[in-house]
Write a protein that binds this ligand. Sequence first.
Ligand code: ASP
Length: 309
Amino acid sequence: MNFEGKDIISIKDFSKREIDYILKYAKEMLPYADGEKFKDVLKGRILSTLFFEPSTRTRLSFESAMNRLGGRVIGFADPMGTSQKKGESLADTIRMADAYSDAIVVRHSREGAARLAAEFADAPVINAGDGAGRHPTQCLLDLFTILTEKKRIGKNKVVLLGDLKYGRTVHSLAYALALYGAELTFVSPTSLRMPKEVVEECKELGVEPVQMSSLEKAVRDADVLYVTRIQKERFPDAEEYNRVVGSYRVDNELLSNAREDLIVMHPLPRVSEIDPEVDKTSHAVYFKQAFNGVPVRMALLSLVMGGRL
Ligand code: ASP
């Protein structure tokens, strides 16, 4: 399989075989991701990380991934220190990154921004989150986490909880899980339901998601509970946000009714939707999940830049 020069904009651009291939390669990256082994397969290559929106894990794990493979990183974490402040267009900023580097990671508040960026760059463009749109690399690390923890992706009962309307991670993940035939249950405040378009995508793949209002009930026989933060920054007005804030919380009491081997995932950052008391339980895999961003992104960078292990 050849991914050299390929843009990574949406998980929908990948077949199941391609996803399986990436996840298998990410597993090979594990000893390189934690520094146990080192091979500079991306030596002499430069990655641009252009973050027009805040990020901790995505940016740092991309940077770590590139460094772990012997490459170098340029970029910015805040567009206010760039010529965007002077009114430069996204297209022109992308043209510059294209001239200065071999691959471009871009996060932007506008849906479709990564797709647009890809039109202006010859180098591969990787979508690191576009508004309430998609987040394909998070999706791959989520799948990698489920596969590592559960030994399979399909045949799991997965509950997606929280802000399913604005949460880009769950838009990508719902589609990918449906591709693998997982059972899906959506639990959210009424105003933050999964967009129809995503539900339709799942149905087209033969999976009919169940919408449930009771978290207690949904969690009872679940294999995976994927929690999301309410995406405050996407709300058109504060009042709408105030109506839903604090409307769900995962704590040990809730989990006492769950299966012993239930895993709790979260793309992070969490605000108040998971009680810190859960961190110490065997259910919590969200910090491992965050680490998994490194091997998965190493695999992707190695594949799109053509520097194989
Ligand atoms: N870090 C994830 C994202 O960028 C989730 C979140 O922000 O809540 O989409």
